[in-house]
Design a protein around this ligand. Structure first.
Ligand code: CMP
Length: 140
């Protein structure tokens, strides 16, 4: 078991409904530590850069517009196997397929408005963290 860092976004559908605290409670209950966190309002260009890997997908435009529609909370989470653990805490992308007790099962509205994002691998976690945070902002 290795201590890892992963990147998280609490998305506009969740910040709008005042769910930041409820989502953070699930993160912390799973043993993950929130070692950096800030509320930002992305431009469509910034969201487009973040989701560039999905550029060819039919939902790309909708996804970028949604992520820039209202504030989000960006976070760095730390813990044992944090990347896989957070994906477990989030649940499946589509809330209809998410397991009971997961963030997406309890809070997500749809596949697009699915409340949270989490990194899928160590390389993407490092890239995503570096896009939003300076090293000095990570307080482990
Ligand atoms: P996320 O983990 O942030 O990474 C890519 C996002 O694309 C994903 O969560 C979903 O919010 C979004 N997404 C994936 N599939 C669809 C879809 N079919 N329609 C709209 N958005 C989608």
């Amino acid at each position: 078991m290795a201590v890892q860092r992963t990147f998280s976004i609490i998305k506009p559908d969740a910040t709008r409904r005042n769910l930041t605290g409820a989502i953070n409670a699930k993160i912390e209950a799973a043993g993950l530590r929130i070692i950096a966190q800030k509320r930002i309002h992305m431009t469509a260009a910034q969201a487009g850069h973040f989701y560039a890997v999905h550029k060819a997908r039919p939902f790309y435009g909708e996804l970028c517009a949604f992520m820039a529609s209202e504030p989000v909370v960006v976070q760095v989470l730390e813990g044992e196997e944090a990347i896989a653990k957070y994906r477990e805490v989030m649940g499946a992308t589509d809330p209809a397929e998410a397991a009971a007790g997961t963030i997406r099962k309890d809070f997500a509205l749809s596949k697009g408005e699915n409340s949270v994002h989490g990194s899928d691998a160590p390389e993407t976690a490092a890239e995503e963290i570096a896009y939003f945070f300076a090293g000095l902002e990570l307080v482990g």
